[in-house]
Design a binder for this molecule. Structure first.
Ligand code: ADP
Ligand code: MG
Length: 601
């Protein structure tokens, strides 16, 4: 039994009891103070659970979540005051309007990450507030809008609000739970771990991000609508203040971002604390000190939040009791050395023409042109800093060339985003491996996507067939024993092997390997060579950057040599090794002497 199911079982009972108590809370006590506290906690919990999709799953720290609450509240207020009808009828529209605004914010911030993204979200919140304050005809400006009073019996005053919020929280959690189990969720987490890498394995990140935004706002908008009706008054300061957003993001961080229940737990800690600070400690600055202090404490002591920290400690405890994996060998299956390889076709499957890339004053790639014949194992060699990795980046779309063309199958692909190039059959590994650290090895292997369809988003994160294929690939590179380990726990060489298996999972037609033998032991290098030959026989074309000359000369044909960003020589291994320019620029006099010695012997 693995540690996580055990932990889940241990937590199941208290979680169920707490959920039931919260769900039926107004039937347990008539105390308005506590009922109010739970209602606002529920609003915050919906906000935090929604925010978790974009911040916890996809890794985008948003401070705009309060804006979506406010937009929902204003939609309901404007609808019921200007048009009429029971405010509850307008709640769904509140969600739709908030989701639409989230889509807009997503589009505006599509190219930003990290701090820049956080600043855009704050600006969005401020802008929303300014618009609401100034659009007096619609919103009544700073004076706010008073909603119709509830029409039901005073005795059950809070019940409809409470139960509506419980339903919204349930739906929000259901959405998060579902997302986490689909390709959509895996894509979002891949983006959080390494967005460029996600693009390289075929994840259509802009679409995923926009959809993530919509999902993160829809129930929040509805909860905002219920909240506005509950208060029967909405105004820009109360509904669109920054503190509301801070409180929501703090809930996500404290509870555990990326977990299902963390944001809810955080909200039910933060909001009561807020009430205590307001009522028992005088509010105002005390409240700010408490929140500021809490933020510092969370960052220092619980950077991963309560639930993730507890889960990790528990897993560690369980693993200590089990025999460890340390020293687990990389198990290679026995396979015969492949027979002779078919001659590569004279047609280039991949071609670069006149590529240029400049970094400030440095011309890293200088009018570089070469072709990769279909079915070949082509090498791209050259001294450190000669621009090999940059050429890979230009081919796969991780960088834009200043000028020049990249062709796959004779068609230009240089204007396509990386994921579309991956969908066309271009796969790569990185010189310094880039795996999705928080995912397990197996999850890393099912993250690659060979196409994009809307239906794909709702597919199971890992189908039985995918699992089988991934396990097969892990066996191929001898990493089966590490299947359920997080990728971040692997050694450098192990990561190289997993990344190779990952790129194979993408089933590309052309595979670009950036120094695949670096940091791997000699037995594995030999095995890697065999693997490449096998895959080549099965129809894969390779372009390999490598410094290990015996490996390159024994495996690759043709060879392209790069120096100072330009191709200085092309041809068979024999030809390249005798070329004067190559010996001068890269292989050096020692190499020539060594080879002469070998020949004499
Ligand atoms: P290689 O892979 O052949 O060792 P690279 O392509 O990594 O070489 O680098 C070529 C040159 O471009 C180096 O001088 C390197 O410092 C520079 N370079 C690479 N990437 C960047 C970047 N993102 N910004 C600035 N300079 C870069
Ligand atoms: Mg390099």
């Amino acid at each position: 039994m693995t540690a996580r199911p055990l932990l889940r079982r241990a937590w199941l009972l208290p979680v169920v009891v707490a959920c039931v108590l919260i769900a039926i809370f107004p039937t347990l006590t008539h105390n308005q103070y506590y009922q109010n506290m739970v209602i606002i906690s529920l609003v915050m919990a919906v906000g935090a659970s929604g925010l978790n999709i974009i911040t916890g799953f996809a890794g985008y720290p948003s401070l705009a979540q309060g804006a979506f609450l406010g937009i929902g509240a204003y939609t309901v207020a404007i609808g019921s005051v200007k048009v009429g009808g029971n405010p509850f009828y307008w709640v769904v529209l509140g969600g739709v309007v908030a989701a639409f605004m989230a889509l807009l914010l997503g589009l505006l911030s599509l190219r930003t990450r990290g701090f820049a993204f956080a600043i855009i979200t704050v600006s969005f919140l401020m802008l929303t507030r300014i618009i609401v304050q100034n659009w007096r005809g619609l919103t009544n400006g700073s004076n706010g809008l008073t909603l119709p009073l509830p029409t039901w019996s005073r005795e059950f005053m809070n019940w409809p609000f409470h139960f509506a919020l419980v339903v919204l929280l349930g739906l929000s959690l259901l959405l998060s739970w579902r997302i986490r189990r689909t390709k959509f969720g895996v894509g979002l987490i891949a983006m959080r771990e390494d967005e460029d890498k996600a693009g390289a394995v075929g994840v259509n990140s802009p679409t995923y991000k926009l959809l993530g935004f919509v999902c993160s706002a829809i129930f929040v908008g509805m909860a905002g609508g219920v909240y506005g009706y509950y208060l029967t008054f909405v105004d820009p300061i109360g509904m669109l203040g920054l503190l509301l957003s801070v409180q929501i993001i703090l809930s996500v961080l404290l509870g555990g971002k990326g977990t299902l229940w963390g944001p809810v737990l955080g909200a039910f800690i933060i909001e009561p604390l807020n009430e205590v600070a307001n009522n028992q400690l005088g509010g105002g600055n005390v409240r700010l000190v408490i929140f500021g202090g809490l933020l510092v404490l969370v960052v220092l002591l619980l950077p991963q939040g309560i639930i993730t920290t507890v889960r990790k400690r528990w897993t560690l405890y369980q693993e200590r009791k089990r025999p460890g994996l340390t020293g687990a060998r990389i198990e290679l299956c026995e396979r015969p050395m492949p027979a002779s390889r078919p001659a590569p076709s004279p047609v280039n499957i991949l071609e670069v023409r006149g590529l240029n890339k400049r970094f400030g004053g440095l011309q890293a790639v200088n009018d570089c042109s070469f072709g990769v014949p279909e079915g070949s194992i082509t090498a791209l060699i050259g001294p450190n800093g000669s621009g090999k990795t940059t050429v890979f980046n230009l081919i796969t779309g991780m960088m834009k060339p200043d000028s020049g063309e990249v062709l796959l199958d004779g068609k230009r692909i240089d204007s396509l985003p990386p994921w579309e190039r991956a969908h066309l059959g271009l796969g790569r590994t990185f010189q310094i491996t880039r795996l999705f650290g928080e995912m397990t090895v197996l999850e890393n292997l099912v993250a690659p996507l060979r196409d994009f369809t809307p239906g794909q988003l709702n597919l199971k994160a890992m189908s039985g067939e995918e699992r089988e294929k991934a396990e097969g690939l892990l066996a191929l590179v001898g990493m089966t024993a590490y299947r359920d380990r997080p990728a971040s726990a692997l050694s450098y060489g192990q990561r190289k092997l997993v990344e190779l298996a990952q790129v194979l999972a993408l089933e590309p037609r052309v595979i670009l390997l950036d120094e695949p033998a670096g940091g791997i032991n000699p037995t594995l290098i030999e095995r890697l060579g065999e693997l490449i030959v096998e895959l080549n026989q099965a129809g894969r074309t390779f372009l390999i950057v490598e410094h290990n000359m015996p490996f390159v000369m024994g495996l690759c044909d043709p060879i392209r040599v790069l120096a100072r960003g330009a191709t200085i020589c092309e041809g068979s291994p024999e030809y390249v090794q005798q070329d004067k320019c190559v010996l001068e620029a890269y292989l050096g006099g020692d190499y020539a002497a060594e080879r002469k010695g070998e020949e004499v012997a």
